[in-house]
Ligand binder design. Structure first.
Ligand code: ZN
Length: 129
């Protein structure tokens, strides 16, 4: 499972041109350690196919997880529009962009009813007749 990176000081980095390219198992010179670090650091702030792909996968996972709940809520909504809210929160993390995906929908209309009685009668006790 381990990967070895060989640094060859006689081969120039294809990115910065300084000696010390990394040589992979294919023998092709790659970034030097400095450039590799910069590249990896860049990955933590860039939104590209990996990040958007991860976001889509997380949303898809939420849809799969809550499919039955959405179905029930949709039926309960009856003729009212059924609204699903999807949220995504991105924050810089130690190893990339930390992603939080959320889903929310109203699980049925509130059809509860409450009754009660109140009066200000107590004030009347102090009123003079
Ligand atoms: Zn370099």
């Amino acid at each position: 499972m381990g990967a070895t990176i060989n640094i060859d000081k006689s081969v120039n980095c294809p990115e910065c041109g300084k000696p010390g390219a990394s040589i992979g198992s294919d023998g092709i010179p790659g970034r030097c350690l400095d450039c590799a670090n910069k590249y990896l650091a860049g990955l933590t702030t860039k939104i590209g196919p990996n990040v958007t792909g991860k976001m889509l996968a997380m949303i898809a996972n939420l849809f799969t997880t809550y499919e039955n709940d959405m179905d029930q809520a949709y039926r309960q909504a009856d003729e009212d529009p059924f609204k699903i809210s999807i949220g995504l929160k991105l924050e810089p993390g130690d190893r990339g962009i930390d992603i939080e995906a959320s889903i929310s929908f109203v699980t049925g209309r509130v059809k509860d009813k409450t009754t009660g009685t109140a009066s200000e009668a107590q004030q009347n006790l102090f009123k003079e007749a």
